[in-house]
Every structure is written in C-alpha cells, then in structure tokens.
Design a protein around this ligand. Structure first.
Ligand code: TXA
Ligand code: MG
Length: 349
C-alpha cells in the first residue's frame, strides 16, 4: 500500500475541507495518522470495530491493551462514559483546567463503546486533545476517534510525520503532516476515584505533560498501591516500552562511565555540560536542552533524539543521562526506564 502524506497548516483555509476528507476516510473504516500536541496518533472511528481491529493489526499491538478515545470537547464524554456522581465535580474541574490538552481520564464506559476499544474493561479512556487537527476531525466525524500512538508496538512514539512514515509507512493510506508535536510526550492518564475518607482524588496511571505538581493544585493525588505498580491498571504500561532497537542504558551524569572495548557509544545528555558528557568515550553526543537545561524543551525533543541515536550508523549502544525527577522530568524518566528495560526483558513486540 502507498502511504500518502498530506501537509496541513492548522487553521489555514484548506483545513475545513481536509477535516472533511479525513473524516470521510475514517467513516469508511480506513486508518489515518493524525497529529496531536503530544505524539502522532493512528486514528480510527472508535465505533467501527473492524477499523479498530485494523489498528491493532497495523501496530502489532496485543488486544489486552485498550485505546484512548479522542473527543471534540468535554461535553462529548457523555456519549461514551458515565461520570459517577461522587466525582462529577472533580471531573469538571480537571476538564476546565486541562482540556483541551494532554490529559486522559479513565471513566466507567457506556455500553455503546465496542469491547475491542476498551479491551473488555468496564472503563474507557477519554481525551480532548489540544491539537486542532485531531479535534477538528473528531468534530466533523461526530464520533470519538480511537487513536493509539502511531508506532509499532513497543517502539518509540512518533513526534513527527517523518517518524510515523518510518514506523507505519506502507501499512496505512494517509498521514496528515502538521509539523512536530509541541509536547512530545504522551498524555498524562488519570483515574478519578475516592480516597479512604470518601473524598474525590485521582490516581496517576501514566506520567505525562500535565505534571503531578499541577494536578495537586486541583485535587489530592493518591500514591499508587504496590499491587497497582506490580499489576498496572493501564495495561499498556509494560515495564519494557518506548524502546529503540539498540541497547539503551541510564547513567548518573555525575558518575564515571566505563566503556566496553569495541563498542561505540552515543550519549543523550540533558544539558551537555555534565562530568559524564566531558568523558572522551562518546562517538556522538546529543543534548536534550543544551546550556541552561529546560525540562519542557527536553520533553519535546526526547523521542526524536532517541530515534536519531537509534538510526546513527556510528553508534552501537546508547547511554542516557538520568534527569532530575521533578515536573516533566518524572514523565521523561518513566519513558527512559522503560526504554532501558528492553535490555533485560524480552521485547514486547
Ligand atoms: O497522548 C496520548 O495519549 C497519545 C495521543 C495519540 O493521544 N495516545 C497514546 O495512546 O499514547 P497509547 O495507545 O499509545 O497509550 C494509551 C494508554 C495505554 O497505556 C493503555 O493501556 C491506556 O492508555 N488505557 C487505555 N484505556 C484504558 C482504560 N480503560 N483503563 C486504563 N488504561 C487505559
Ligand atoms: Mg503508545
């Protein structure tokens, strides 16, 4: 299959007709890669189980890993989810503060949502993205769009149309290219619940661009229980994920690294000025946020930099500096740990 790439400037005069064209393809059961502010998604009409089955096939994704439904606005959650009365106010406040944006809420599902979307779970993942293209298409389609990240299962999520082309080129008819993603990390996944005193709270199922610090301004954040960590409620949170094809190791930027003879190493440095980056052993160094070090800049670049290192012919193995675990640093360390875990665990793909 030939994969067509369609360049689109969001908000331009062509966007309305482009949204109609994409919505028509989705209505017809086809798959289209669409940009969001976090990563590119592989979109299907969520109410068409054949199209959703094709998403799993194209991604080589196991069926136990459910998909996120993208909606045009917060009111549309009523079409697929039942918001329990005791968390209704909390859900409204989260929606007012973080939607449209990189937040996904796990809520009890309505029966109209096909089982294949939720992997048979009693809940459904709802997100109102910031990106005009995904939201615009969902509005024209008039149904939720099921869209996982547009990569093959276990691989690094794509933050550009070129990365989608490398992951899924030849497998899907169309990629809508609206430039690089502005956040660069997948959405924060929250499960509204009640704490031990019966007060509304949330559990963070996946760290992401909306940080725990910002969520705490709205409500209590419950610590995940040990059982939940060992048996994640977001089934896609496998220990090994986001993996480059080369081995990747995490290393303390203040400590010496001992290279093995005959192996050519690439370093992913945070600011490029650490004692680790000063060592002579690196074939190639890429800094996530050169100089001053800004976590937001590092987050936007992380997946693209991992890809670049993976593709370099002069690098055999990748060393990534541990990042400060505050704010966005938590979500980045979560992704890097999973990428590093691929060295010790069988690859999920
Ligand atoms: O930013 C994002 O969230 C991107 C863009 C495209 O929106 N999407 C994305 O989708 O990252 P995906 O499929 O790569 O990750 C979705 C995660 C998986 O870990 C899945 O297990 C979890 O959401 N999930 C989906 N439905 C769930 C549910 N009902 N309960 C718990 N976790 C769920
Ligand atoms: Mg993914």
């Amino acid at each position: 299959m030939d994969t067509r790439v369609f360049h689109l400037e969001p908000g331009s005069s062509e966007s309305a007709s482009a949204y109609r064209e994409v919505a028509a393809l989705l209505s017809d059961g086809q798959l289209v890669a669409l940009p969001t502010e976090t990563v590119y998604g592989l979109a299907a009409d969520a109410m068409n189980e054949h199209a959703v089955a094709e998403v799993f096939a194209v991604k080589e994704r196991p069926h136990f890993d459910p998909l996120i439904c993208h909606l045009p606005d917060a009111r549309a959650i009523e079409t697929i989810a039942e918001v329990p009365a005791d968390v209704q106010k909390l859900v409204s406040r989260l929606a007012e503060n973080f939607w449209p944006g990189p937040m996904t809420l796990i809520l009890p599902r309505k029966s109209c949502v096909p089982d294949i979307v939720t992997s048979g779970l009693p809940t459904v993942a709802c997100r109102v993205p910031q990106h005009e293209v995904m939201r615009g298409v969902a509005k024209v389609l008039g149904r939720p769009i099921a869209a996982p990240s547009a990569n093959r299962f276990g691989h690094i999520s794509p933050t550009s149309a070129a990365a989608v082309q490398k992951e899924l080129g030849g497998r899907i008819p169309l990629i809508v290219d609206a430039g690089a993603c502005s956040e660069g990390l997948e959405s924060t996944i929250l499960r509204p619940c009640l704490d031990e005193k019966g007060k509304p709270a949330v559990e963070i199922l996946r760290q992401g661009p909306i940080t725990v610090e910002r969520i705490r301004e709205i409500c209590r954040v419950l610590k995940p229980t040990k059982a939940a960590q060992e048996n994640p409620v977001a089934p896609g949170q496998l220990p090994s994920h986001y993996a480059p094809s080369k081995p990747l190791f995490l290393h303390d930027p203040k400590k010496d690294f001992t290279p093995q003879v005959g192996i050519r190493y690439g370093l992913i440095s945070y600011r490029g000025d650490s004692p680790l980056a000063e060592q002579e052993c690196w074939q190639h160094i890429i800094s996530l946020s050169p100089g001053s070090g800004r976590l937001a800049e590092a987050a936007v670049r992380l997946f693209a930099v991992m890809r670049t290192m993976d593709e370099r012919e002069d690098v055999d193995q990748i060393v990534a500096e541990e990042l400060p675990e505050t704010g966005l640093g938590r979500a980045m360390m979560d992704r890097l740990r999973r990428a590093a875990a691929a060295n010790t665990l069988p690859n999920p793909a």
